[in-house]
Design a protein around this ligand. Sequence first.
Ligand code: PGA
Length: 248
Amino acid sequence: MRKHIVAGNWKMNKNLQEGIALATEINDLLKAEKPNCEVIIGTPFIHLAKVSEVVDHSLVAVSAENCADKASGAYTGEVSAEMVKSTGAEYVILGHSERREYYHETPAILKEKVHLALANGLKVIFCIGESLAQREAGEQEAVCKAELEGSVFHLTPEQWKNVVIAYEPIWAIGTGKSATPAQAQAVHAFIRGHIAKKSQAVADQVIIQYGGSVNDANAAELFTQPDIDGALVGGASLKAPAFAVIVK
Ligand code: PGA
């Protein structure tokens, strides 16, 4: 049995004080009703150290939303995987479609980021997924395959233990238009099947989250699908009560 993981992705929302308040509220709700899945909150870099201090890490893990593709040095404005790890964070979200699209992160750059994250003891939530035009052209499987092969396919079974895949169709992100459970399940099964071509053991254990307009009303039905092992939640992770309902 694979465990489920519900992860929040705050994106570029909440100032430091608001972020601490939100993390505290989420922590309190989870303390009152212990989750039967793993819970992660993904925050901007500036929140990581403080949020790591205020949450109980036996209830909720902390994730960055990005890290640099270089280990250290003269890269003004960048934050390394080692720095992320030193805040107390356990995870980093890599390959989010917003990073790929707006910051031109290529599969090769993401491969470097994944390597550095794992080498510094971080677990990776690696995002893949097709655009609306690609979905309309029936290319969702080809896109997922290429994104997997471009950045994570080469990893060893040992490294895969620290990788979570998030299938996030771009047309479902922030649109209020989630993939249906059947649409998501079909791609999750394809992803798991493709990973099985490399290693059946890895395919059986890898956690594949769905992301894209998951909320407190549609999460339960998505989670009934056999290959959907949780969710990566954007908008609905900014409200502690809604996030707690998804966790529940
Ligand atoms: P959303 O975002 O839940 O607001 O659609 C999901 C994501 O981008 O991770």
